[in-house]
Design a protein around this ligand. Structure first.
Ligand SMILES: Nc1nc2c(c(=O)[nH]1)N[C@H]1C(S)=C(S)[C@@H](COP(=O)(O)O)O[C@H]1N2
Ligand SMILES: [Mo]
Length: 317
């Protein structure tokens, strides 16, 4: 797989049709194979960086995810939840168009031996990118299948040496009302904050995404860095992250603060536990007519159910 760095004059990601994408893939498949072999020969598997000017980044295929057909790119980039750019599903594609996700600094602090602030490019340097085709299941009852490009969050956290007191990870989105017009209104308590238990964060299915399909992450999908936790409802997958803090206590999260009876800390996809105002038994795959049943842990029960052994999932929803 390849990831393409947009150049001035290139079409917006939302303007690229699947056909165009397919042709691009065909065109660059040779380059992909060649650099893939170089990465293997290098031993470490470190991918080249998505740097401005560097046109392609090698993405080895990962052994994770689903073989379901991905949702077309134009749907993935035009039907979004990203309240920093408006509450309508079509708002982020339009209102995040001019957002500049570079330069970008991420702070990693709290219960780590080596805290610090990092330029995004440097933060990503040692990581090999993979394609992970995961379902994203929104708490509202719709889902998509997205070919994400990213790397396991755990690999990043380990580099900063979590202390023995680190039990949770707190993530924070950029807070800049000049650049994120939705933050000029008090719809949510900004900045957007999410959290994971440490074992959830270290689970190999949990990734930080820097791209999707063959593109750097489009702004509306959370550029330049967003979390993807495939067995949890979509709102856990926080976008445009500027801070990752390891903490002793369970973090207070944005949606839990907004409506504690409706959105719990865990928010594992669970068809057995209804949202107080609607059932979670089924979902509508964007682009399809009929609803399909929602799967326990979004289909990842074999990999993650053990994390919650003995927990009452009605209480810890
Ligand atoms: N910062 C931030 N992250 C966010 C949101 C948001 O409003 N702000 N929305 C969440 C919700 S509700 C969903 S369903 C997913 C949607 O991701 P997508 O637009 O890439 O499909 O992003 C999540 N991450
Ligand atoms: Mo969502």
């Amino acid at each position: 797989m390849l990831i393409r760095t947009p150049r001035r004059g290139d079409p917006e990601p939302s303007e690229i049709t699947p056909e165009k994408l397919y042709r691009d893939r065909r065109r660059f498949i040779g380059a992909s194979l060649a650099s893939g072999m170089m990465a293997l020969a290098g031993g470490g598997g470190a991918a080249p960086l998505p740097q401005p000017g560097a046109r392609f980044v090698q993405v080895p295929r990962g052994a994770f995810g689903t073989d379901e057909t991905p949702t077309p790119l134009e749907k993935v980039t035009r039907y979004n939840n990203f309240y920093e750019f408006g509450t309508g599903k079509g708002d982020p594609a339009v209102r995040a168009r001019d957002f500049q996700p570079r330069p970008w600094t991420v702070t990693i602090d709290g219960e780590v031996e080596r805290p610090g602030s990092f330029d995004l490019e440097d933060l990503l340097k040692p990581h090999a990118f993979e394609e992970r085709i995961y379902r994203l299941r929104c708490v509202e009852g719709w889902s998509m299948v997205i070919p994400w490009i990213g790397f396991p969050l755990g690999n990043l956290l380990k580099r900063f040496h979590p202390t023995s007191r680190a039990r949770y990870v707190e993530f924070t989105t950029l807070h800049d009302p000049r650049r994120m017009p939705g933050q000029r209104r008090g719809i949510l308590d900004w900045p957007y904050v999410e959290g994971l238990r440490m074992d959830e964060a270290m689970h190999p299915l949990t990734i930080l995404a820097v791209g999707l399909y063959d593109e750097l992450l489009p702004n509306q999908n959370g550029a330049p860095l967003r979390l993807v936790v495939p067995w949890k409802y979509g709102f856990k997958s926080i976008k445009s992250i500027v801070r990752i803090r390891l903490v002793e206590r369970q973090p207070e999260t944005t949606w839990h603060k907004a409506a504690p009876e409706e959105y719990g800390f865990y928010s594992n996809v669970n068809p057995e536990v209804d949202h107080p105002r609607w059932s979670q038994r089924k979902e509508r795959r964007i682009g399809e007519l009929f609803k399909r049943p929602t799967l326990m842990f979004n289909g990842y029960a074999d990999q993650v159910a053990h994390l919650y052994a003995g927990m009452d999932l009605r209480k810890y929803f």
